[in-house]
Write a new protein. Structure first.
Lengths: 388, 395
């Protein structure tokens, strides 16, 4: 620690060079932070999944419909604590760009299945009592400036009304909030009465999209899933049941191996930074050969010389990393707010900081090692004589 | 000596002395190569996706969907409406006078992705034999054609590599059990190569419904579209939207294509910033190690302008080399590489190949040169403003 001043002074001997190198490192870590925030956002949905919740969908495709009569049959199976269902609506609000998920649900059982979505009891009562009622997540309401009592018109792209029209209207009777960060990332949706959808739609009456089931005992979830699928095997509408976690993960995984692409890009970036920083360190040591020789004459040991150079490299990388990640932690909340509609949950987590710190240390070691070894091996006589 | 000659002489000297500064010079080259490689690779991914969709469909074919439906998946209407559409003006007819219209059905099933073992949404298209007459670009490359009435599947060529169970003789889940794969087809590299095709009548039987998902219509020519669209709009028996087939598919690549393009540009921009700092670093050190040489040149009469230009030339030359290297890397490693992703708009998988086009390579070079320019400018200006006498004295 007492040598910090020496290390600091060595670093800033050539201000421009050091500043530029630090800036390159800052940029690399900004990219690292942003891409990791992206991964965190993609994994948010996975975290929301309750361990004890299962999703039942059509065996061949999520887009198949299931008879709503399955609800009672599932409820009657051993190990099932609660059942609810949801039908994707997929309508357009004003224009396609305004996309947000809409689901037709059974209000009472749905809100019970998802206690992480909190709503004022009076508003929930209103939702249960109003046929055309709908509730929206807080962030969705903020996005469009909705207030309770507003009429929300939505154009259906899938569910034509019985009279052939495609416009549906809902009365906003409540706004729900997620109770923690993960649940808040799900606030971007609109929920309305399945009864209303079913009575007014032109086709697929008496059906729903997916069932969500809570198992009495999370340990038995797999067995319950098996029982549900067995119940409907060889029927007209066979099912496939899995954990909610796997269900959420499936969407992300279908987009592609995002993690892999991110890692490849980051590897390319850090390789470049390695070159830049390594070059800087090598140059810096080469220029200071006489100085290091003088230090050794004064009594600094070989190992101490090595340590000094290594410390220099580490300090450089740690400063760059801290600045870079610090900048990202300031930027991300702003970006996250802007992207809330398409990509909720953008943020930095502990893992990112830890990984970033580890990378900074590794970078410092990698770039400082060779110059440090050179400093250690330096013979005073050769160095002072000008032919080291 | 005139200006151009001065620049030429100094630049030559600079470039010839690069081997003395090999380490730092390589930093620029490799740094910029990295930026260009990442930029070109990511944009090639976006371009490949866009091309696969855009090359689907043609101007002289129309796609008819239920009114208000944006995608085939959401569309469905009664058989009678399909019959009415076939009678509209503008529809081409075969030598026997039959209307060239293909009613089709579009649903999703799940196949397992070979790469990550995940079940993925794969489109199943129910077609009549007339569908092949309307699509001369579709050819069986392995196995045989479908036999009407049988639970058989022909697989799009791009699926074969990416998803399990898609070889001739294998079985894939469609509805009500597995159906047998009897052939593989190609379709000019378009989005149909990511689909499973089955006999429509058989599928209707299994689904217990004869509703039609969409109707593809061969028009007499591209200009007949307006006539056809007007007639269909005026017909009270039908409630449909008509789009040019090419326009429909091009529009489908918008969301995902834009996402990939934006991602690629943002990542490459940030990398470029890092590369600029690296280039600045290198060029500053290049200038500072040759302070005496530059001062000497100035002392013997070379102008400040040529000195600045020569430093820029050096920087640009290194950047150009980096850009070429990066482009080559992207081309060798990624061109033709096939991946599959979920099209947000249609909710189904699209398999496509990265396309490293000449246009993208040029764009990569432009970025490289821009980085070289920015990275070389300030150091060049510093070189020009060196006070000659003090610089000469500097050891």
């Amino acid at each position: 620690m007492k040598y910090l001043h020496l290390v600091w002074a060595s670093l800033f001997r050539r201000k421009t060079r050091t500043v530029l190198t630090v800036l390159s490192i800052v940029v690399a870590f900004i990219l690292f932070g942003l891409l990791n925030a992206l991964i965190v956002a993609f994994n948010r949905g996975v975290e929301l999944a309750g361990v004890d919740r299962l999703v039942v969908q059509g065996k061949y495709s999520l887009t198949e419909v299931l008879p709503v009569s399955y609800a009672d049959q599932i409820r009657g199976l051993p190990g099932v604590a609660a059942v609810t269902h949801a039908q994707w609506f997929g309508g357009v609000y004003q224009e396609r760009r305004n996309f947000f998920p809409q689901f037709a649900v059974d209000p009472a059982s749905y809100m019970e299945m998802y206690p992480e979505f909190e709503i004022a009891p009076a508003q929930l009562q209103q939702f249960l009592a109003t046929r055309t009622g709908a509730i929206a997540g807080a962030s969705l309401a903020r996005r469009f400036g909705w207030k309770i009592g507003d009429r929300i018109p939505i154009q259906a792209t899938i569910w034509t009304r019985a009279d052939g029209a495609t416009s549906w209207e809902f009365d906003l009777v409540g706004i729900f909030e997620g109770r923690d960060k993960t649940a808040r990332s799900q606030e971007g949706m609109l929920l309305f009465q399945w009864d209303y959808l079913d009575e007014a739609r032109q086709f697929a009456r008496g059906t729903t999209g997916i069932y969500i089931v809570r198992a009495q005992d999370p340990e038995q979830a797999v067995a319950v899933a098996g029982a549900i699928d067995a119940r409907f095997a060889n029927s007209q509408n066979e099912t496939r049941t899995g954990s909610e976690k796997a269900f959420n993960q499936n969407f992300i995984k279908q987009i592609g191996d995002i993690g892999f692409i991110v890692q490849v890009v980051l590897a390319a970036v850090f390789f470049t930074i390695l070159l830049v920083t390594g070059n800087t360190m090598a140059q810096s040591v080469r220029e200071r050969i006489p100085e290091i020789a003088v230090l050794k004459t004064l009594g600094f040991t070989d190992s101490r010389a090595l340590a000094l150079v290594l410390a220099e490299a580490m300090l450089l990388c740690l400063i760059g990393a801290a600045l870079g990640l610090g900048l990202v932690s300031v930027l991300v909340p702003r970006v996250a707010a802007a992207m809330e509609s398409f990509l909720p949950g953008l943020g930095l987590d502990a893992r990112t900081w830890l990984l970033g710190g580890g990378l900074a240390v590794a970078l410092g070691l990698a770039t400082g090692l060779l110059p440090a070894l050179k400093a250690r091996r330096l013979r005073i006589v050769d160095a002072l004589g000008g032919h080291a | 000596m005139n200006w151009v000659m001065q620049v030429w002489e100094i630049s030559l000297g600079n470039l010839r002395s690069i081997p003395q500064r090999l380490g730092t010079s390589l930093v620029i080259v490799i740094g910029i190569a990295g930026v260009v490689a990442v930029l070109v690779a990511l944009l090639a991914m976006g371009e490949g996706f866009r091309h696969t969709l855009a090359s689907t469909g043609s101007d002289d074919r129309a796609l008819v969907l239920r009114s208000g439906a944006n995608e085939e998946l959401a569309s469905g209407f009664a058989r009678e409406q399909a019959d009415a559409i076939a009678q509209a003006p503008g529809v081409a007819r075969d030598p026997d006078g039959r209307a060239l219209v293909s009613p089709e059905r579009y649903i999703l099933t799940n196949l397992v992705n070979r790469a990550n073992q995940e079940p993925s949404n794969i489109p199943v298209r129910g077609v009549d034999p007339v569908a092949f007459t309307l699509r001369p670009e579709v050819r069986i490359v392995e196995g045989r054609m479908l036999v009407p009435g049988a639970r058989e599947v022909i697989v799009g060529r791009k699926l074969a590599g990416e998803f399990l169970g898609t070889g001739v003789g294998d079985s894939v889940p469609v509805r009500d059990g597995d159906w047998r794969v009897v052939g593989v087809f190609e379709s000019g590299g378009d989005v149909h190569e990511s689909e499973l095709w089955v006999d429509r009548a058989t599928l209707d039987g299994v689904l217990r419904s004869s509703a039609v998902g969409s109707v593809m219509v061969q028009l007499e020519d591209a200009a007949a579209f307006d006539r056809f669209e007007q007639a269909v709009a005026d017909d009270p028996r039908v409630n449909v939207d008509v789009k040019r087939q090419s326009a429909y598919y091009a529009a489908q690549s918008e969301a995902t294509g834009t996402f990939i393009r934006v991602l690629g540009t943002v990542v490459a921009s940030i990398m470029a910033l890092g590369a600029i700092f690296a280039a600045l670093n290198t060029m500053y050190s290049a200038v500072s190690t040759r302070t005496r040489e530059i001062a000497t040149l100035r002392a013997i009469g070379f102008g400040g302008g040529p000195v600045v230009t020569s430093v820029l030339v050096e920087s640009l030359a290194l950047a150009l080399l980096g850009g070429l290297l990066g482009g080559l890397l992207a081309w060798v490693l990624f061109n033709g590489f096939t991946v599959s992703t979920l099209n947000f708009q249609t909710f189904s998988q699209v398999a496509f190949s990265f396309r490293v086009t000449p246009e993208l390579l040029v764009r990569g070079l432009v970025w490289a040169l821009a980085i070289g320019l920015v990275g070389g400018l300030l150091p060049a200006l510093r070189a020009a403003r060196l006070p000659v006498t003090t610089a000469l004295r500097e050891g």
